[in-house]
Design a binder for this molecule. Structure first.
Ligand code: WT7
Length: 651
């Protein structure tokens, strides 16, 4: 134990740069830095090269049509994603290769070959068609991490019905909002899901969501937990997945989709109370995720690839389903929690299936670190050859711990920066060529033009500023569903002709990028994106609350934790019961990911003379810093009192 700690400390102190190992580089897809030059000479030719590796019904006329801020990629091309993820492989040696290896939380498992997936997806596509689903109709998917989630997504893609996957941890209210925004026709859910041995009542939530979601005509229910969930099937509306599948025809002709036809909508939190429906289209998205899966993870035919994200987030869309399957890889999917039944569950799975590539979030790594080395040590992790990180900035300590204890000092770590909006990884090492610095996402992927700029949009060569993207990339979002103005306003207005990411970043003298976190009112809680405004709205929705201000405070494990400052209505007295009640209320309105860690009652919130809540000061208070400049406040005594109160509470 002491010995290992010393090694990590030594490595940290050294500020060593980790060069790719020779044996890794020699066998990597990308062996030389020349790809960066080549891509920047002609970005379009670069992406076209990947497009040519896929199967198209009709070739594109033009690679890119760019009228800032609107892009069209592979213009005029016709393609189907489910064909490329499945049919393309079944006439090859991959026919009976595992496409998805699924491990259920209670220990049940399934291996689904490409041939199995072909059969399932075709049948389910026919089920949807029989229920009247047409190209362009939206389908909401609210499922646990079971293979049916991937089957449902691919079946939607097969018939050209955009899917909108809603993370199973979201509440009935959140589900209802997302259904209403997209006006989905069908909802696919399950009787329940397993989480740490108990049952998540998905169908019950769905029933509740459907009061006030009139667009849904049918609900398809997967049986996952059986007797353990008490559910009611509503006649005519609710149908069992397995019954529908029984007589479904075996083949469904894939729809010939235009490159720019919508593939999916995925809701994510923004700086207002209303989540944004990020729209991704077909051709460019597939090219982007295909290319990055292959190069960033150095994916090879024989690899077993495990991305631990949930399918409800973009990471699951791009790197459990579309990217790996387009590459004909074996993608592992795990249903449950990392500590069920014990804290070595992930490592047990790595050993059981001989996982080669493992992709997870810093928040998970920090938890593993806290649990201790004994858990990974119980298992043979020698099959691992590459590790990945995503979702939030990783700290050097966590990077080193991951490198030493999981990667056994032989696996490169790809720290990948991207967003729901970008659809694909944009800043990342290329494992065969990039020298790694612990906790730097290193460089933009070839063909990606990222920059760090100051307030005025001027490029900062060395130093910190705002992260922007200066040219389009194939998997970029095309718009916000139903709100094209918000698309322009949100991403393209802060700096002219640049996509504003909402992140801060620092560039060092070697041109390496270090991500610094969000600079807007978006929090990153355990790798999940949560809007301060959404949590505030949920709090204000409670009858006792007059006003609320929410901030993300630095947290050792979760990156950020949610602190809420709340003023109560005049007749209401604060008490600890009310703290729990408000936490529960937020969980009910949004989901457990948005549950505040602390709630502080205050008679007033610190505001400027123009009435703006000073969140910066609240952050100083929550993180125990000396208060900064308070001269612009309408009433400076308020923060003083609040600070004392907060410190009392902590002490
Ligand atoms: C935000 C996007 C797409 C991945 C899952 C999250 C933060 C993401 C990194 C990284 C530092 C990162 C950014 C970004 N982020 N990856 N490697 N290093 N920060 O997707 O929910 O759309 O959130 O996650 O702040 O803007 P998301």
């Amino acid at each position: 134990m002491a010995k290992e700690a010393k090694t990590i400390l030594d490595l940290l102190k050294e500020k060593r740069v980790f060069s790719p190992r020779k044996d890794f580089s020699e066998n990597a897809h990308v062996k030389s830095e020349s790809v960066y030059k080549k891509a920047s000479r002609s970005r379009e030719a670069f992406w076209e090269g990947f497009a040519k590796e896929l199967d198209w019904y009709k070739k594109w006329r033009k690679v890119l049509d760019w009228k800032t801020p609107h892009s069209k990629w592979f213009v005029g091309g016709k393609i189907n994603i489910s064909y490329n993820c499945i049919d393309r492989h079944i006439n090859t040696a991959r026919k009976n290769k595992a496409a998805i290896i699924w491990e259920g939380e209670p220990g049940d498992s399934r291996v689904i070959t490409y041939w199995d997936l072909y059969r399932e997806v075709n049948k389910f596509a026919n089920v949807l068609k029989k229920l009247g689903v047409k190209k362009g109709d939206r389908i909401t998917i609210y499922l646990p991490m079971i293979p049916e989630a991937a089957v449902a997504m691919l079946a939607c893609a097969r018939i050209g019905a955009p899917h909108s996957v809603v993370f199973g941890g979201f509440s009935a209210d959140s589900l209802r909002d997302r259904i209403n925004d997209s006006q989905a026709k069908i909802l696919i859910t399950s009787d329940g899901g397993f989480r740490r041995g108990s049952v998540v009542p998905l169908k019950k939530n769905a029933d509740e969501a459907l009061f006030g979601a009139a667009s849904i005509e049918k609900v398809i229910v997967v049986k996952r937990v059986g007797e353990k969930a008490q559910i009611e099937m509503k006649e005519k509306r609710d149908l069992w997945w397995h019954e529908l599948m029984e007589n479904a025809p075996q083949y469904c002709e894939p729809e010939k989709m235009d490159s720019e036809d919508m593939l999916y909508i995925l809701y994510t939190s923004g700086t207002t109370g209303k989540p944004k429906g990020i729209v991704h289209t077909t051709g460019g998205y597939l090219v982007g995720v295909y290319a990055t899966t292959k190069w960033v993870f150095d994916l090879k035919e024989e690899d077993t690839f495990w991305c631990t994200a949930d399918i409800g987030w973009v990471t699951g869309h791009s790197y459990i389903v579309y990217g790996p399957l387009a590459n004909g890889a074996t993608s592992l999917m795990y249903e449950g929690a990392p500590d069920y039944p014990d804290r070595d569950r992930f490592w047990e799975i790595v050993e059981k299936y001989g996982v080669n590539i493992f992709y997870t979030a810093p928040t998970a790594i920090r938890v593993f670190m806290k649990w201790g080395e004994e858990y990974p040590r119980k298992h043979d992790l020698s099959t691992l050859r590459l590790l990945g990180s995503v979702g939030e900035p990783i700290n050097p300590e966590a990077w080193m711990w991951y490198y030493v204890n999981i990667g056994n000092k032989k696996c490169p770590i790809v720290d990948t920066w991207w967003q729901t909006e970008t659809g694909m990884i944009l800043i990342t090492p290329l494992p065969g060529v990039t020298k790694l610095k612990p906790a730097s996402a290193t460089k933009p992927f070839p063909g990606i033009e990222a920059d760090v700029v100051d307030e005025n949009g001027k490029s900062i060569e060395v130093g910190a500023g705002y992260l922007v993207l200066k040219s389009p990339w194939p998997a970029m979002l095309r718009t916000i569903y139903g709100d094209p103005e918000r698309y322009v306003q949100q991403y393209w207005s802060r700096f002219p002709n640049m996509y504003f990411t909402g992140d801060g970043a620092k560039r060092d003298k070697d041109g390496y990028l270090w991500l610094l976190g969000r600079v807007d009112d978006v929090m990153n809680v355990a790798g999940h994106r949560v809007s301060t405004m959404e949590v505030e709205s949920a709090l204000v929705d409670h009858p006792s609350v007059a006003e609320a201000a929410v901030i993300g405070k630095t947290d050792e494990l979760k990156g950020q934790a949610i602190s809420a400052f709340v003023t109560l209505k005049e007749s209401i007295k604060s008490n600890s019961g009310l703290v729990d009640e408000l936490k529960k209320h937020v969980t009910k309105k949004i989901g457990a990911i948005a549950r505040p860690d602390d709630i502080i009652f205050t008679a007033e919130l610190p505001k400027t003379r123009s009435g703006k809540i000073m969140r910066r000061l609240l952050r100083d208070i929550a993180e125990g810093r000396a208060l900064g400049d308070t001269t612009t406040l309408a009433d400076p005594t308020i923060v003083r009192q609040l600070k004392d109160k907060y410190e009392d509470k902590e002490g």
